[in-house]
Design a protein around this ligand. Structure first.
Ligand code: TMP
Ligand code: ASP
Length: 333
């Protein structure tokens, strides 16, 4: 029995922990206004997703993918799909160009991250992280992790596609939450959910072929899959997730050093200061991609080792360093 039928996939709940996802041959654009059936599309997108989920798994990303049931059917972990799509852009294209009147093909200095609400009726509106959190679509913790994971996925995918002469323009990720609260990469990752251009010629290889009536959609989708399957050795990638742990004295605990600082500042003429509380901070760099698992480890370290739970509490700020900023990170040392 189909539990959920989307525009291109059906989801069947198998038990409390697992679902089966069937990829159909349907393709659609502009929130389902334009739609068609394209033979083999389901199989190609399913196999492309399998390949990319397997690659991401090897780099340590946590995904919903368990195994392949057939060429168009996947066994996946059951999750609650979060109602936010995360888009990462390396080069301007699509809705970004439309929204800001920007030319297509401009490379951004740093990848851009955008959040969109999954809501076809309102054309998947752009939303800020803070509003997404305030409206309880996602928790603050999830927002931080979703952005950090997306940045790390971007770094890996850029390398993978570069190897097969494709330029990763942009892509969209969806996340799911398990009953234990773990965040997993979900949905699919395929030529439907990313923009890929031929490195040498700039030829479009992705769903824009369908959106813009460029023809040969399946020919190009198939070519992407074949190139992915031709990869012999995965590129080296050294992930670096840094966490700043801010340790503060609990509000109810007296802070004599803070008091002394407060009085000294007052004597020096800083009259607008209401109070001063001193704390400490630790920056820890992990050689791992961001995930809920890493986050739990950091929480354990913060609670058991870095802070004294009787008198202190802590706050975490997780960041993902790109390999470029990794150099800066070690230069700072
Ligand atoms: P956009 O430029 O239309 O906002 O799309 C950005 C990226 O997200 C692009 O790679 C295509 C992908 N995408 C989806 O996967 N699903 C969608 O519904 C939309 C609008 C975009
Ligand atoms: N996936 C969306 C749709 O099917 C939009 C798009 O990809 O352009 O309408």
């Amino acid at each position: 029995m189909v539990t959920y039928s989307g525009k291109a996939k059906d989801v069947i709940a198998l038990n409390d922990k697992e679902v089966q996802i069937n990829f159909r041959d349907s393709i659609s654009a502009f929130d389902g206004v334009k739609k068609e059936e394209l033979a083999e599309k389901g199989i190609i997108n399913c196999l492309t997703s399998v390949k990319l989920f397997e690659i991401l798994d090897k780099y340590g990303f946590k995904t919903h993918f368990i195994s392949k049931i057939s060429d168009s059917k996947l066994l996946c972990k059951k999750v609650t799909i979060l109602p936010i799509e995360v888009v990462c852009r390396n080069i301007s294209a699509g809705s970004f160009c439309k929204r800001y009147g920007f030319e297509e093909g401009i490379r951004f200095e740093q990848p851009l991250i955008e959040f969109f609400v999954k809501d076809d009726e309102h054309h998947d509106p752009l939303i800020t992280e803070s509003v997404a959190v305030q409206m309880k679509f996602i928790t603050e913790n999830e927002a931080i992790l979703m952005e950090a994971i997306t940045r790390a996925v971007n770094e890996v995918l850029i390398k993978i596609f570069d190897l097969i002469s494709l330029q990763l323009v942009d892509f969209k990720l969806e996340f799911g939450r398990t009953t234990e609260g773990q965040l997993l990469l979900a949905d699919e990752i395929s030529a439907d959910t990313m923009r890929l251009w031929e490195k040498k010629t700039g030829e479009k290889k992705d769903k824009d072929r369908y959106r813009q009536d460029l023809g040969d959609v399946i020919v190009h989708y198939k070519d992407i899959l074949e190139r992915l399957n031709s990869i012999q050795k995965l590129p080296d990638y050294k992930p670096l997730s840094t966490v700043q742990v801010i340790i503060k004295l609990r509000k109810s605990v007296l802070d004599p050093a803070g008091e002394v600082t407060f009085h000294s500042l007052s004597r020096k003429g800083f009259k607008r200061i209401e109070s001063v509380r001193l704390g400490k901070s630790a920056e820890i760099a992990f050689n791992a991609v961001p995930s809920s698992v890493l986050q739990s480890e950091i929480e354990e370290i913060s609670e058991k080792i870095l802070s004294n739970p009787l008198i202190e509490d802590f706050e975490l700020k997780i960041r993902h360093h790109s390999e470029k900023s990794e150099k800066e990170h070690f230069q700072e040392k």
